[in-house]
Design a protein around this ligand. Sequence first.
Ligand code: BTN
Length: 250
Amino acid sequence: MKDNDFVKKAIMFDEVSSTNSKARELALKGEDEGTIVVAKKQNKGRGRFDRVWFSPEGGLYLSVILRPNIPPDKTTLFPLIAALAVSKTINYFGLSSKIKWPNDVRINNRKVAGILLESETDENQLKFLVLGIGVNLNIDIEQFPKELKEISTSLSQELNKNVNYQDFLDKLTSFLAMYYKMFLNKDFDKILEEWRKLSDTIGRKVRIVTSSGEIIGKVTDVDESGFLIVITISGEHKKIMSGDCLYLDS
Ligand code: BTN
């Protein structure tokens, strides 16, 4: 697969409930790998842990259908891959974004993009993945709800000018293509090496809220699956698959 072969078909909407829901619907009907669903706005944008993803016009809302031939438990690196592609794209446009594990992309500690990976499996077989990406591109953050305003930013706010939507989308999909290809070639070390360079999580004191409780400790690394490795105060090494990460030392 060449980099520019990645997007086989683009389906654009002015408004949808959620590009992830739309992409899932299409994938269930057989839509191929490489189809992307893009919308100018979403009225039911979804984030991780069933949170709302505020999706006014000006943002980029993208979902990619992927059908890698891998077991379902090998998909955990995808959110990190997407965050890496988003962060690289943002930095290409002159900003300095960082990744907070697993997949929050931030500029000056404010969230600018998020990733939502959803999968469809059948008898422990992966049918497809929907990789959803939301980027606060050309958005005046003043219109965000109060609780989000303080912790969010947008590219236009950081650059004091708008970014060309199509240029951003093209760059983003070409980075996604590159990292997806690396993944299929099992170049996990290379992906993680790049992820580590752009992440500000390693070495931090953190509190991770997981579905089975809370872990406090210092982050030592991420492993090949994208799991966070944390050493707790009692010296125990824990591997964390998913959770909400909060920095305690900034
Ligand atoms: C998060 O940080 O919680 C993840 C946010 C993911 C938002 C994107 S926007 C495009 C796609 N469609 C959705 O409904 N969600 C994802």
